[in-house]
Design a protein around this ligand. Sequence first.
Ligand code: NAD
Ligand code: FES
Length: 274
Amino acid sequence: MYEIIQKQEMAKGTIVKFIVNAPKIAVKIKPGQFVIIRVNETGERIPLTVADVDPFSGTITIIFQVVGKSTALMRSLNAGDFFKDVVGPLGKAAHIEKLGTIIFVGGGTGIAILHHITKAMKLAGNYVIGIIGAREKEMLILEEEMNLLCDEMVITTDDGSYGQQGFVTQPLEKYLDERHDVKEVYAIGPIIMMKNVSNLTKKYGIKTMVSLNPIMVDGTGMCGCCRVTIAGSTKFCCVDGPDFEASEIDFDELEKRNTMYLKEEKDALLFSIK
Ligand code: NAD
Ligand code: FES
């Protein structure tokens, strides 16, 4: 059993942050890796990439968007409650090294995953530029935390209620036009955002890494649910990823597979509320 030490509702309650006591995972997990959580004995397995870790207090931070029945059940838990299982670390860690200038692009909930990788890349001695965006001011998460890590930071909102109006790709394009020392771009957010970042950085020939979150079941390479096409070959996101080089990903296939069960997810959520 894994105790929830702290709970924070963000983005009008649609995104929830939990700090969870998981000492064995906290000493091992690396940026980019994920855990699978089960709320109770009959619960669905929920894969979540870790947003932060404190090996000294033995805790991991997870941040998730409430999208269906299982995440709604997770949101109903409070500090002092327990998860039945937290399995991890799973997946491959992000490659952390000193490269020079790196631009980190985060959209919506994706900023949570980006945070852990940005922190490690900053500690490795890189010059860190952050571009984080959300639909509106109230939906923006981890602004303060990202600000602490970034040497420069730009905020965007789709509706212009905070920072620059528009998508994160707009300031990214401006940076790529103006700076010629960008060694890598790391982008995490909705699939369409990562695809558009990839299309943009391809034009400038800049290596771009993204973190994928396809549908997963076992998280250990057995079920095939999380298959993605990378450079024409089938890979399993849970064991070969979740981070991949963006230019090699078949984003259209990923988008189709990820929206396959949207109706069932909505129905399950509605049924659980009734
Ligand atoms: P969102 O729709 O609110 O978008 C967040 C930001 O992404 C926007 O503010 C914008 O700056 C950028 N964006 C959106 N559409 C864009 C476009 N067409 N071109 C360029 N930039 C664009 O995001 P959300 O509601 O937080 O997340 C929605 C989806 O992201 C969910 O389906 C969720 O599963 C997925 N997600 C993915 C990851 C991951 O690991 N890649 C992590 C968290 C969430
Ligand atoms: Fe089953 Fe990846 S989740 S193979």
